[in-house]
Design a protein around this ligand. Sequence first.
Ligand SMILES: [Zn+2]
Length: 281
Amino acid sequence: MPRFGFQYTSLISVTMGVFMTFVACGSQLYKVSMHGDSGPRPTVQSAKVGATTASASGDKLNPSSATYGIHAPEGWVSLPIHYKFDTRMDSVQRVQIQRAMRTWETAVGKQLFNYDGIQTGVNGDSFPDLYSSLDDGINGLYFDNNWAKTGKDRVVLATTIWDNESDVSDRMLTADMRYNNNDYTFGDSMVLWPEEGREVADLQTVATHELGHFLGLNHVESNVDPQSIMVPSLYIGQGVTQRGISSGDIKRLQLIYGCSGSACDVEATHLKIVRSVKDPG
Ligand SMILES: [Zn+2]
């Protein structure tokens, strides 16, 4: 693997500095906006979906509301959520995403995900645009090497898209996750180096955030819950991770899926997750 080191990293900060907050104390540390990184498929016949696309409306944007930070209060039509990986993901990347899944499962004490294998011959570039990957009904996690095709800005690390059950139900029917493999190198940021002009992004960190959307969570403003993984921006770079979730994240997910057994003790569950992301075993 070519090792360009910090000089190359600095070059990225020049070319992309307009979008990123450069932190001088660590040349590899960037704060990347994840605003606009997720949403339901827009449909012409649904005024309601249009409203949801604007990152939810009404109570969902009010921090004092019970549904603040939640876009699908009733979760999925059925559990567990069956999913597949694209062919481009290597075994380390798959494990990182599955650790992020375990974090959310620990939060509720329930199985939420069911791995159905690799989607043979399919990757993010197999689809003509962002939303067409939903049409096969497979919940896929894809790497896009042609990110421009998604219509998303290159500062967006990943995006989660979904179809709701109907115009009147927020329950989720199918969803996909698309990762910007064009502009970022995804994996374990503790061991990766930037390559070919692409900055390192810790995949477990990004996946934990995107899986929050996948499960029905919205962004949370940092002044409401600074430790939330669902704040709309996060730091990336070599050696930078934010793999944990906050007590608030646990409570919001339990509002959707309930809780089982010892997971209902939110503070104990939070400590358990803090320990598990440090030492996944
Ligand atoms: Zn997001």
